[in-house]
Design a protein around this ligand. Structure first.
Ligand SMILES: [Fe+2]
Length: 380
């Protein structure tokens, strides 16, 4: 009697969640601004970016003007409306200058969209191809916190300066010695009170990201101001998205202030990595970039708190650079003042020496230093 041959049953190893949603990295960040022409001047002259691509009336874009600026692996798009009465004008009226899209480079923008939407993301633009003489790109997008979107960009072998429809402007320097800023280290989102965990779960479910670290209001609070923060990251660690929410405190938390002036949740700051923060900040200050003032007292206990570092404390003090240490090393960081009219979006410059944290030791030290100053003035 013949026996039927049964193929041995194989059990496929479980596919790690992040492999089902592969992301190469951050493709670009698009700001909606009130004046794209002047914003471009600020990014190029103050921060040392190069304008690399442009779209507007001259390229048959009748309703908007977009300038692409690049430095290292950072690419920002600065977009303003030409007509009003459109989504750019609405976004700007509601939020002021702010981040509208955090674009992610993916191998397949249709698969990324399907995965995201089937895991609970709200779809905004279904997958579609756009093309010009340089080739074609597939795009799609989903909503994240507030009015912010994640745009999926599948470039294949597109050879144009940015996306189809853009014309080439300058060429960004490729030599690291000519750059002040190298890449995006992290992008922080501020969300409303009680919503942090919901957005952390969104990134876990939709993007297969994992929570790498969290800070309770204990860790990042002073007597007067508090916030809570959790950081999600993709499998490669190339993408780090901290999510903040305000915590109960005696005075208004800085996160509440953001949410009030931004009219809801949104991107709070983009941290840009540098290889030489002392040179970078000296240069940016010389070009007119304004940073938060750090009281002298902050530096008094730096040697005991941080130990041995390569930089001179005098340079850090002179430039207002903060320093923090964790188990794996130290980091240097500094925060700009808000870049627009509202107390909302700002930048961080960061140089890592092994540390993988976000400067949490500085929150307390910095806020307390500010409060000591307040106390001296009799205002605490
Ligand atoms: Fe940060």
């Amino acid at each position: 009697m013949a026996t039927e041959q049964v193929a041995p049953r194989t059990v496929a190893p479980p596919v790690p969640e992040h492999d089902r949603m592969p992301i190469h990295g951050i493709d670009h960040v698009e700001f909606y601004v009130g004046n794209a022409a002047q914003a471009t001047y600020y990014f190029t002259h103050a921060f040392g970016f190069t304008e690399t691509a442009y779209a507007g009336l001259e390229t048959a874009h009748r309703h908007r003007r977009s300038h692409v600026v690049e430095q290292g692996r950072i690419r920002f798009v600065l977009t303003g409306t030409l007509r009003g009465g459109d989504e750019i004008a609405d976004h700007h009226a509601r939020h002021g200058d702010g981040v509208h899209k955090i674009a992610l480079s993916v191998p397949d923008a249709a698969a990324a969209y399907e995965h995201a939407v089937s895991h609970g993301a709200r779809g905004v633009q279904t997958p579609h191809w756009v093309e010009d003489e340089h080739g074609r790109v597939q795009l799609s997008s989903v909503a994240t916190y507030g009015d912010t979107l994640h745009l999926f960009v599948q470039r294949d072998d597109y050879r144009g300066p940015f996306l189809p429809g853009y014309e080439r402007r300058g060429e960004a320097p490729s030599n690291p010695d000519d750059m002040l800023l190298m890449g995006i280290d992290h992008i922080v989102g501020n969300v409303e009170l009680g919503h942090m965990d919901e957005w952390v779960r969104y990134y876990e479910r939709v993007f297969g990201m994992t929570e790498m670290i969290h800070f309770s209001d204990e860790a990042i609070s002073t007597e007067y101001s508090a916030l809570m923060s959790k950081v999600v990251t993709d499998g490669s660690g190339r993408i780090k998205f901290p999510i903040n929410e305000p915590a109960e405190s005696k005075r208004k938390s800085q996160i509440e202030e953001y949410i009030e002036y931004y009219n809801g949740a949104g991107a709070q700051h983009i941290a840009m990595a540098t290889r030489d923060i002392v040179r970078c900040v000296s240069e940016l200050r010389g070009r007119g970039v304004e940073f938060l003032h750090i009281p002298e007292e902050y530096y008094d206990d730096v040697p005991e708190r941080i130990g041995e570092i390569d930089e001179q404390i005098d340079d850090l003090r002179r430039l207002g650079i903060l320093v923090d240490r964790d188990d794996e090393g130290y980091l240097l960081q500094i925060f700009t003042k808000p870049i627009g009219d509202r107390p909302t979006v700002f930048f961080e410059i960061i140089e890592r020496h092994g540390a993988r944290g976000f400067g949490e030791g500085n929150f307390k030290a910095l806020f307390e230093a500010i409060e000591r100053e307040q106390e001296k003035r009799g205002n605490l």
